[in-house]
Design a binder for this molecule. Structure first.
Ligand code: FES
Length: 104
């Protein structure tokens, strides 16, 4: 597990982009106080999902309007077809920790 940011860095309903050594850029989402972490790059092309819009537990890509279910990374709307990588998250002392070995 490694720390990637603090829980207070992401507003409820919001998303922020985080870069840490050795990982692809990450998107950190706060859905009603629960933190989820996914890859930031859309699986369709090069968009940054942290620049997309979040509605409930779904993020809409800013480029072509593809959508992903944030907790599972499942595609929810075309043109995305490929699952988004998600990471196991643990909150320790206000730090957001991810398991970047076992993401799926
Ligand atoms: S880059 Fe995300 S839907 Fe095309």
């Amino acid at each position: 597990m490694r720390a990637i940011c603090r829980i207070g860095d992401v507003e409820p309903g919001g998303v922020t982009r985080v870069e840490v050594d050795g990982c692809p850029a990450l998107a950190v989402f706060n859905i009603d106080g629960t933190i989820y972490v996914t890859d930031d790059k859309c699986t369709h092309a090069q968009a940054s999902l942290s620049e997309g819009s979040v509605e409930g537990d779904v993020v809409e890509c800013p480029f072509h309007g593809g959508k992903f279910h944030i907790p599972t990374g499942e595609p929810r709307a075309r043109p995305v077809k490929k699952q988004l990588r998600t990471y196991e998250v643990r909150i320790v002392g206000g730090e957001v920790m991810i398991d970047d070995e076992a993401g799926g």
